[in-house]
Ligand binder design. Structure first.
Ligand code: PMP
Length: 375
């Protein structure tokens, strides 16, 4: 099997599997219990929390575990709106956010918040000054993802957040770093981020766990209330196995960010060369985007048809964004990719384990598919 859908999910690494298994066999206590079994579970959660905090240049008390980045994004947007949104009712966001941000924004909009969405310019690029122009004194929150999950485009988060905070001292900044984390350095202070959303299963952890970094002093009201776990910000017994798997994956990956980036960049270069030889194929991702995600258009052949053709060859890619179950999200349109070009979009997303031979096999299969399938 050639798995090129790593932006949808990744294979759990052996370290993550081992950590989860240990927490389901030897160390299965409830971290809130007062006896030793509880304490041992608590220590395992603490270790994972420290690994994630260290990777962000933060401290463990900044980290709240959630069920995934969808929940982290909901908690960030709803929790900030509830805490600070009485007087300041404007939220500024990029127009290319993941559905877990976009749908939450739409809901807040229906509850009376004014949401301003900033689009890329005609050249397909975002400019910090466009976000700044959308912000005003009434702006409670500025949210923008770091790496776009459909194209790999890298948004100017640091430049925008730094400038916004200089001009509007009370503005709160949130970034969905799901597709950037463990691929690019994600440091809370350098980015100027008050809130950062992360997901375990995109970095070779396990599905069902994520985290929200919250800067000290920033108040996030809970969405899920109950037994006051996670400092009362996210109640519910912590999923110790999934949290341990998340921590183990971070411990493994955090020292090799630049080496992996280099390897995947060379894969993207090779892929781009091979695609240039196939008539009608266009690359939709920017050359300076994250190499982990390459969006292409397959010579007018409908995405789904090509996806299933490739599946027949045991090659797995995604049409647009896997989260949208084949539905066009409108994000490609924001980047100027429309019509037939959008209808034939495929997303190839790699990981450090992807090999050049796999990329070559994919390109060969794609060329044969384009020649053999009908529209
Ligand atoms: N944000 C982005 C950018 C994503 O790519 C995804 C996963 N598709 C999510 C949020 C949601 O993450 P999770 O699956 O952990 O809820």
């Amino acid at each position: 099997m050639i798995y090129l859908d790593n932006a949808a999910t990744t294979k759990p690494c052996p370290e993550a599997v081992h950590a989860a298994l240990e927490a389901m066999t030897d160390n299965f206590g409830n971290p809130s219990s007062l006896h030793r079994a509880g304490l041992n579970a608590q220590l395992a959660v603490d270790r994972a929390r420290k690994a994630i905090a260290d990777s962000l240049g933060a401290t463990p008390d900044n980290i709240i575990f959630t069920s995934g980045a969808t929940e982290s994004n909901n908690l960030a947007l709803r929790g900030i709106s509830a805490a600070y949104g009485r007087k300041r009712r404007r939220i500024v966001a990029s127009a290319v956010e993941h559905a877990s941000v976009e749908e939450t924004l739409a809901d807040l909009e229906s509850k009376g918040f004014e949401v301003v969405r900033v689009s890329p310019r005609e050249d397909g690029r975002f400019y910090p000054e466009d976000f700044l122009a959308a912000c005003n004194e009434e702006t409670v929150l500025l949210t923008m993802m770091y790496v776009n999950n459909e194209t790999g485009y890298i948004l100017p988060v640091k430049e925008t957040f730094t400038a916004a905070k200089r001009r509007f001292k009370d503005i709160i900044t949130h970034t969905d770093c799901v597709q950037a984390y463990m691929k690019l350095p994600v440091k809370a202070n350098q980015l100027g981020a008050d809130l950062i959303s992360l997901s375990g299963h995109k970095i070779h952890g396990v599905k069902g766990v994520g985290a929200l970094y919250i800067r000290k002093g920033v108040r996030v009201l809970p969405v899920v209330t109950g037994g006051k776990q996670e400092k009362g910000i996210r109640s519910g017994t912590e999923s110790v196995p999934l949290i341990c798997a998340f921590g183990a994956a971070v411990e493994k990956l955090s020292t090799t960010i630049s080496e992996r980036w280099e390897h995947v960049t060379s894969l993207k270069t090779r892929l781009t060369e091979l695609l240039a030889e196939i008539e009608g194929v266009e690359v939709n991702s920017p050359a300076d985007g994250s190499p982990y995600v390459v969006n292409i258009s397959a010579a007018g052949k409908r995405s789904e048809i090509m996806l299933h053709y490739l599946e027949g060859r045991d090659i797995y890619v995604s049409s647009g964004s896997a989260c949208s179950k084949g539905q066009q999200s409108g994000v490609l349109g924001q980047f100027g990719i429309t019509g037939k070009r959008a209808d034939s979009a495929l997303r190839i997303s790699m990981t450090a384990d992807t090999t050049e031979a796999e990329i070559e096999a994919f390109a060969q299969a794609l060329a044969e598919g384009i020649a053999s399938v009908r529209g």
